[in-house]
Design a binder for this molecule. Structure first.
Ligand SMILES: Cc1cc2nc3c(=O)[nH]c(=O)nc-3n(C[C@H](O)[C@H](O)[C@H](O)COP(=O)(O)OP(=O)(O)OC[C@H]3O[C@@H](n4cnc5c(N)ncnc54)[C@H](O)[C@@H]3O)c2cc1C
Length: 422
């Protein structure tokens, strides 16, 4: 029998080292698991993404013990959220009754680098950057590790569990699908394109530490604004994908024009100047994947990708990683050094879907139509009619609501009243 080479065998291989991957690695490192954390990128480096980490995601950053470090890196903790539409405008605090449920806004360059630093501080975690995974090792239809390359050549590594935290165009998901028919996917196209840039000189008296989201500021449009590090503010606009071609003809001018015709965001930015390129990811899908296969699991965007309009992606990734953290002892206890089975990993799918699909589905409803659907509009109107209702809706939007508790009976009654009044 061949003896495994320790430097080529790990308890887990995590492919992708940004939000989902670093978080999963930290949970594994805390349980003294030997981890290979890999990314094809070199860090610090940017990625196309605004940076709202909602209250639900920030809670997981707290569990990971990295919040203080992210604040030191310049992360702005936003303590209020405001939601605006054609016939609603309401806000709510994220610190109440002594409970701190604030979100975080920090550029990905800084956030991802800080998370990787935190992961590297564990002795049992080996980090390799500029390493591209090109194939899976598959034995008896089970995923037993990865093959890939860096500047030193081609390598292969093995582990009972491979975690594909490699984003919405996940190589692990594609390879698993192609080679063993795993990770079945469902795509729903996003109806809007999404563009963002950084602004300097935003008046603090106009925009405090809050995140503002707008819906239907003009047909099919939505906007978002929040302060981030170094005195900068990140602002985004989303609009009918059919306008993409004409928008691209003058990125700066059109971004400014679209924000100017917003309900409130344009006013917040008056006197400020665009201090960056205008960024976009092009047209995207909402993608649900079955995340479990024998020996591998998809995490973050790789398994569940949602329209950027709602700023949920990081929180979905972090909250999914927290589920991994809870289940790890069971997986390794049950499977010893053998492949972690799809049956064992199915509990991850069950918990992820039970806990996170209500948020995903709420976003999906708004993402596939250019206007707010009737139910969502009524919920917003109900939220605008009483502060307790605004607080309840904002806790849901911040992904802080436990499963099944939104809408509460009281909120549903208020929605029914709004329907009767209409
Ligand atoms: C325009 C835009 C704006 C957004 N704004 C927000 C927002 O405000 N708030 C929010 O919560 N979410 C937002 N999102 C979504 C958010 O960016 C994602 O949900 C989040 O990045 C998911 O993290 P992840 O770790 O799963 O994947 P990623 O951040 O995509 O990281 C995947 C990593 O895998 C690596 N990788 C990929 N393939 C390989 C390979 N073959 N080998 C090795 N490494 C590989 C990549 O280099 C990358 O570093 C936005 C997205 C877009 C497109």
């Amino acid at each position: 029998m061949s003896v495994p080479e320790p430097h080529k065998h790990f308890d887990a291989i995590v492919v992708g080292a940004r939000v989902a991957g670093s978080a999963a690695a930290i949970f594994l490192g805390r349980q003294r698991r030997r981890v290979l954390l890999i990314d094809k990128a070199a860090f610090p480096s940017d990625t196309i993404s605004t940076h709202i980490v909602l209250g639900g995601g920030a809670k997981v950053l707290g569990q990971l013990g990295v919040l203080e470090m992210l604040e030191k890196a310049g992360g702005v903790r936003f303590d209020r959220m405001r939601s605006i539409g054609p016939d609603f405008d309401y806000s709510g605090d994220l610190v109440h009754d002594g409970v701190d449920e604030r979100g975080l806004c920090l550029s990905r360059v800084k956030m991802d680098a800080a998370m990787i630093e935190a992961a590297r501080s564990f002795e049992s975690i080996e980090f390799r950057e500029r390493f591209r995974v090109t194939d899976l090792i598959i034995e008896n239809r089970k995923i037993a590790g990865i093959r890939g390359e860096d500047e030193t050549g081609r390598h292969e590594f093995r582990a009972p569990l491979t975690i594909g935290a490699d984003g919405m165009r996940s190589a692990i998901a594609h390879l698993g699908e192609e080679r063993i028919g795993a990770f079945e996917r469902t795509d729903v196209p996003c109806a809007r394109a999404y563009y963002y840039a950084y602004f300097e000189g935003v008046d603090a008296a106009r925009l405090g530490d809050e995140v503002i989201t707008e819906f239907e500021s003009s047909a099919g449009a939505g906007n978002l604004v929040c302060r981030c590090e170094d005195g900068r503010t990140v602002a985004a606009t989303a609009f009918d994908a059919a306008e993409l071609h004409s928008f691209r003809s003058d990125l700066n001018g059109n971004l400014q024009r679209y924000l100017d015709r917003s309900f409130a965001v344009g006013r917040m930015l008056e006197g400020a100047t665009i201090a960056s390129k205008v960024f976009s990811s092009g047209l995207l899908n909402n993608t649900y994947r079955d995340p479990a296969a024998d020996g591998a699991l998809l995490l973050g965007d790789a398994g569940l990708h949602v329209d950027p309009l709602f700023g949920q992606g990081h929180s979905l990734a972090l909250m999914s990683a927290a589920i991994v953290g809870e289940l790890l002892p069971r997986w390794f206890h049950e499977s010893a050094s053998d492949t972690v089975s799809a049956t064992a990993l199915a509990e991850f799918t069950r918990r992820r879907d039970a806990g996170l699909l209500p948020f995903y589905k709420a976003s999906l409803r708004v993402s596939q139509e250019l206007g707010l659907d009737k139910g969502t509009r009524i919920a917003h109107r109900a939220a605008a009619s009483a502060q307790w209702a605004a607080d309840e809706m904002i806790r849901f939007a911040q992904m802080l609501t436990p499963r099944g508790s939104f809408p509460s009976f009281r909120f549903a009654r208020l929605m029914a009243k709004a329907v009767r009044a209409a």
